[in-house]
Ligand binder design. Structure first.
Ligand SMILES: [Zn+2]
Length: 263
């Protein structure tokens, strides 16, 4: 009886996590397992999509990404794999296990390193807040047909769905939006992450406004998987004074990334 109780309690401990903004989350999978799924998904997209080779474009994106990942807490991966994809669609994604994908189309929208840092930090924040694990866990717990073993080892629609749940939706043609709450967390936590890395948090609202005004009426893919609520800009604005303090402290400590946009 005692053994059963212990097992039950430890299951609850695993199952209930708290997000960076204090929200209760259903987390069923060990971090290592989710990280492995993320790595598998990333390897697959790297095989399928053309990537930009070494040069000024990759150096620029890497400079911004490294500046952010260097400041992450020691409990999370410090070594992130980066691929820059040859794709005009302004999109970016991060996957568990420290994998980051950025489309060249984002560089048309991000006018400076702080604006690029906005979307990179937002994507990394989704992973740090365990949104991929939460999404896979929720789907698994509600038993709506996601056979995980089949998803990982197979080739069918379940595999695409798993990849989408991990954060790679538009890239695999399955649109599974993050929830508004998850978006808000990624926005606000991302703002702190960029500020810690020495990027100006005031550029974040400018970047998102550019993103939303893109596409001649058809919103970019990014917005179909990252829905924004009416209060998005005001939530960000409200957080900027606190983020500015983090930014100024980082700058005072000598954290001043010098990333040169290509050409
Ligand atoms: Zn998002």
């Amino acid at each position: 009886m005692r053994a059963i109780t212990v097992v039950f309690i430890s299951f609850l401990v695993v199952a209930c996590a708290t997000s960076p903004l204090g929200r209760q989350q259903l987390i069923l999978f060990p971090e290592a397992q989710i990280a492995e799924m993320g790595a598998t998904a990333f390897q697959e997209i790297q095989r399928e999509k053309p990537t930009v080779g070494p040069g000024p474009t990759v150096s620029y994106v890497k400079c911004v990404a490294d500046a952010i990942t260097r400041q992450l807490p020691s409990s999370v991966p410090q070594q992130w794999q980066l691929s820059v994809f040859e794709d005009d669609e302004p999109n970016a994604f991060a996957l568990p296990g420290g994998n980051l994908g950025v489309n060249t189309g984002i560089l048309e929208i991000a006018e400076n390193p702080s604006q690029l840092a906005t979307v990179v930090a937002h994507e990394i924040a989704h992973v740090l807040a365990e949104h991929p694990n939460e999404r896979v866990s929720t789907q698994y717990a509600t038993q709506t047909g996601l056979d995980l073993l089949q998803a990982i080892t197979g080739v069918g629609p379940e595999r695409q769905e798993l990849f989408a749940l991990l954060g790679m939706g538009a890239q695999v043609g399955v649109i599974l939006p993050f929830s508004r709450r998850q978006e808000q967390e990624a926005d606000l936590y991302g703002l702190d992450l960029m500020a810690q890395a020495g990027f100006d948090p005031r550029e974040s609202t400018r970047f998102w406004q550019h993103m939303e005004s893109q596409g001649n009426g058809a919103p970019p893919e990014f917005l179909s998987t990252h829905p924004s609520g009416k209060t998005r800009m005001s939530d960000l604005q409200a957080r900027i004074p606190a983020a500015m303090e983090i930014y100024q402290q980082a700058r005072a400590r000598g954290i001043r990334p010098d990333c040169q946009p290509p050409g």
